[in-house]
Ligand binder design. Structure first.
Ligand SMILES: NC(=O)c1ccc[n+]([C@@H]2O[C@H](COP(=O)([O-])OP(=O)(O)OC[C@H]3O[C@@H](n4cnc5c(N)ncnc54)[C@H](OP(=O)(O)O)[C@@H]3O)[C@@H](O)[C@H]2O)c1
Length: 235
């Protein structure tokens, strides 16, 4: 029996990942910062609900306590994430970005990953096959962002891609520190969700593919890697 927690699973890629992993036999905790949105999602999915705001130490600690009391954790999916956008929906580039905006995006996308992972590490350590999946992005790849003539090169944002590059580094360092765990970063691909105001070109079913796959890697599977549905990505 595998127990899995997905942060920010009340909608989007997290919700679809929950649906697929429940179908695969996992007991899934839907992490949601909002009680009502979480309750609705958990009910729809047949999942457990845990209230969890990745930016809040007390909320994360309470969530870890709940999951521990109910039997522990095997798989953690750090999925909750935000992207910076101007009120008109435009991505904010170097001329518009501020330290406050950087801090806000990093608080969720980067510090949130560290906060949640560290809170659940003691539980994961007790699992026979612990797995962590960190939601990165193709925009995290310095190789891709500097490949002239590609859509990734043309993306102007600063805070979001920088935050996901940090997620990649966190993934590598945790994977080395905890060789008994499978810890990988994944790029779901450009997927139509609220994050990008539904401008993504993939469905959530397509986007969740690599998340679901990496959530199910066995003890002989890869660790410290960066993957999309096609294979390994360049850092
Ligand atoms: N969509 C894409 O094209 C794409 C591409 C590459 C990577 N990703 C990554 O995939 C992940 C999921 O994104 P998505 O596209 O599914 O976006 P989404 O539909 O906007 O879902 C984001 C989820 O994160 C939650 N969340 C945000 N801040 C949170 C916080 N402080 N605490 C707990 N939950 C929080 C949201 O909850 P609320 O409903 O309460 O806001 C929501 O459940 C993100 O890490 C994103 O960066 C997405």
């Amino acid at each position: 029996m595998t127990t899995t927690l997905i942060t920010g699973a009340n909608k989007g890629l997290g919700f679809e990942t929950a649906r697929r992993l429940i179908a695969a036999g996992h007991t899934v905790y839907v992490g949601s910062r909002d009680a009502e949105r979480g309750r609705r999602a958990a009910e729809q999915l047949g999942a457990r609900l845990v209230l969890l705001d990745v930016t809040d130490d007390a909320s994360v600690a309470a969530a870890a306590k709940t999951v521990e009391a109910e039997g522990g954790l095997d798989v953690l999916i750090n999925n909750a994430g935000i992207e910076e956008r101007a009120p008109d929906g435009a991505v904010i580039g170097p001329a518009g970005v501020t330290a406050d905006l950087m801090r806000q995006v990093f608080e969720t996308n980067v510090f949130g990953v560290v906060r949640v992972t560290n809170a659940f590490l003691p539980l994961l350590q007790r699992s026979a096959a612990p797995v962590v999946v960190n939601l990165s992005s193709g925009l995290a790849s310095l190789a891709r962002v500097t490949a002239a003539g590609t859509p990734t090169y043309a993306y102007p944002g600063v805070a979001y891609p920088a935050s996901k590059t940090a997620v990649n580094m966190i993934t590598v360092q945790y994977a080395k520190a905890f060789p008994n765990m499978r810890i990988n970063a994944v790029e779901p691909g450009f997927t139509a969700t609220d994050l990008n105001r539904r401008t993504g070109t993939q469905t959530v079913e397509e986007g969740a593919e690599i998340i679901v796959r990496m959530a199910q890697v066995g003890p002989d599977g890869p660790t410290g890697g960066y993957f999309d549905a096609e294979g390994t990505l360049p850092w």
